[in-house]
Design a protein around this ligand. Structure first.
Ligand code: NI
Ligand code: MN
Length: 228
């Protein structure tokens, strides 16, 4: 069966695999580049990388509407439980778990994680997905460059999803170094052009990836799908 990914704008993604819809960091309300409204996205699972509002986003509303299971770190999972969600699954860094669609492993990220109401959101992370159809997706989420990306790459990556916006995360130079460490087959840049502060030329970055690595860069517009 096939796996495809839709970039919903900023760091929001929809992964469709074997008929299962996995939403990642669904920040749609208040996102000037959002390709969909929170009421229009399907979700069987929602993955939340860290506590910042541009990642927690509409998680609570969408989970209540769809009955989706939310997967995040322990602290965010507890917080979501206090907000009324009953289907939450906590992971912690380096740990993974099998779900109906495949395995999810919670990976390192160098960033912050305070929750929208000021609650402690634990430590931020990324997600390495090992899907039932054999495809492997690594979403670094919000992070700076770190050398252990090499270890993540050793497990295999068909699609890496990397921030290139700079200021709050890796910028284009470090994201290019990340591609070299991770050695994915394809790379999708995200977390740029949402606001002026993180404006970047993704096409120019893609040219550098093509020139300096054997990885295939894919630049999408919000709402576009990519077959993996
Ligand atoms: Ni953040
Ligand atoms: Mn962010």
């Amino acid at each position: 069966m096939a796996t495809r990914v839709c970039w919903l704008g900023h760091a929001s993604l929809l992964v469709e695999t074997d008929g299962t819809n996995i939403l990642i960091d669904p920040f749609l309300n208040g996102n000037p580049k959002a390709a969909k409204k929170p009421g229009d996205v399907p979700a069987d699972f929602i993955l939340v990388s860290h506590g910042h509002p541009d990642h927690v986003g509409d998680t609570i509303d969408i989970a209540k509407r769809t009955g989706a299971t939310v997967i995040s770190n322990y602290e965010i999972s507890e917080w979501l439980g206090k907000k009324g969600l009953t289907k939450v699954h906590p992971l912690q860094h380096g740990g993974g778990r099998e779900f109906a669609f495949g395995r999810v492993k919670f990976t390192l990220a160098f960033h912050g994680s305070v929750l929208p109401d000021g609650s402690y959101g634990g430590n931020p992370g990324g997600f390495h997905l090992f899907l039932k159809d054999g495809k492997k997706i690594y979403d670094a989420a919000d992070t700076g460059l770190f050398g252990d990306m090499k270890l993540i790459g050793e497990e295999g990556i068909d699609l890496a999803i990397l921030p290139i916006g700079d200021n709050f995360t890796m910028g284009p130079d470090d994201a290019l170094r990340a591609v070299k460490l991770l050695a994915p087959k394809k790379v999708l840049p995200i977390h740029y052009n949402t606001w002026d502060l993180i404006a970047q030329d993704a096409s120019a970055w893609a040219d550098r990836v093509r020139k300096e690595t054997s990885c295939q860069p894919v630049v999408l517009n919000p709402g576009d799908w990519l077959d993996i």
